[in-house]
Write a protein that binds this ligand. Sequence first.
Ligand code: FAD
Length: 438
Amino acid sequence: MKPNYVQKVTNWGNFPVVEKEMRFNDSVSKIKDFVQERNEVIARGNGRCYGDASLGEHIFSTKRLNKFIAFDRLNGIIECESGVLLSEVLEVAVAQGFFLYVTPGTKYVSVGGAIASDVHGKNHHAEGCFSECVIEFNLIDENSQVITCSREENPDKFWATVGGMGLTGIIISAKFRLKNIETSYIRQESIKAENLHEIFRLFDESEDWTYNVAWIDCFQKGKNLGRSILMRGEHALKAELQVDLQKKPLKLKEKFKPAVPFYLPGFVLNSFTIKVFNFLYFHKQKKKQLNNFVNYETFFYPLDAINEWNKIYGKKGFIQYQMVIPKQNGKEGMKQILEAIAKSGNGSFLAVLKLFGKNNAQAYNSFPMEGYTLALDFKVNKGLKKLVDQLDTIVETFGGRIYLTKDSMSRSSLTDYLKNVDSSKFVSLQHKRIVNNN
Ligand SMILES: Cc1cc2nc3c(=O)[nH]c(=O)nc-3n(C[C@H](O)[C@H](O)[C@H](O)COP(=O)(O)OP(=O)(O)OC[C@H]3O[C@@H](n4cnc5c(N)ncnc54)[C@H](O)[C@@H]3O)c2cc1C
């Protein structure tokens, strides 16, 4: 007989899958008891991290901490429980002329998860990480006490917790700022780059844009290595929109979404199908440059358009590998990374390149550092660990690091950068793996 509340749990990559205790509750006193009565507790938001970061011996899920507390419409300040999703914040905020300061590539992450990973978006070079907009949060700490953390109150805990991957306690609620928008549309420019040299130049030329991101075709080699499309954008002003769109400038997109109904067989996604996809994606845009207006959903959350798209990788799941390489070495580092991937034949279905700006030195646990960051998806297979090892060596040689919220197999020298989190109370399987040297 399994003990009560033990169940199979996995995150977005469906790898690893574990059987552990998972509890839900919306009563603060019950959550305090949960923390007090156990060691090796970890918070889990919406499980959108890819690997083992929100898995542990005793998981506390914040799904029932899902209530809004206050919305100051004058100043754009939201206060809510930590399990509220960014998608729910947008549903309330956009219609009132507000948007998230920083958003990751999916809106289905909880506010607690956004703080714990100190997530970044396409605007890191301009507006930093999520912590920049966080005013304060309430945390259940290792003594099972609720403490308020802000830049003024318990600042040490505040800075250890942002990017601290749940290892300082359970965030139960938070207060954060939104930015003003006139419309729910983005003025977008998509520019094709034939190779790595050209995409780096485009990033440099686009520094004044608030949002920048590039999709890369990882199968290209030689003179086409790094073939990509840069997408840059700004929140559109009402006057910039066509007259018919100006009638409802803050319109939300319709909700219908197709879904992947079951795990696709492992063979469906292979190097051939990914090559075909990449070819079609690159050539879908006929012109060198395309300028248009798109809804914010299309610009920020293209992957959210298909429910459970993670099932396309099959039952064994996939990993996401995201690294950053400091700017001075970034170009050579990225070249070597892309060469290694193209040679391995382990193409990534999705590969996203961004240029991070300077990091906030106070947020010492946040992943970003000034430089190039590349995020890649790889299907789990026998040869994967070897490829990850090869990529780790390149990242290490160039002084980079790995994003903990995506990691599930990188070496500890690239992933052990967290400080002030070594308590025995809050421990994830990831943390254990890293401390035990993988
Ligand atoms: C399609 C996709 C695109 C993504 N794009 C980006 C991107 O562009 N930029 C980016 O930065 N990230 C990105 N991510 C990663 C995602 O934003 C982070 O993993 C985020 O932390 C997930 O939030 P969650 O609520 O699902 O938390 P979980 O995945 O459940 O947990 C993530 C971490 O946060 C901790 N945590 C969660 N809730 C709490 C809490 N209440 N208190 C304390 N700790 C907590 C967990 O312990 C764990 O360490 C992407 C993920 C997906 C699936």
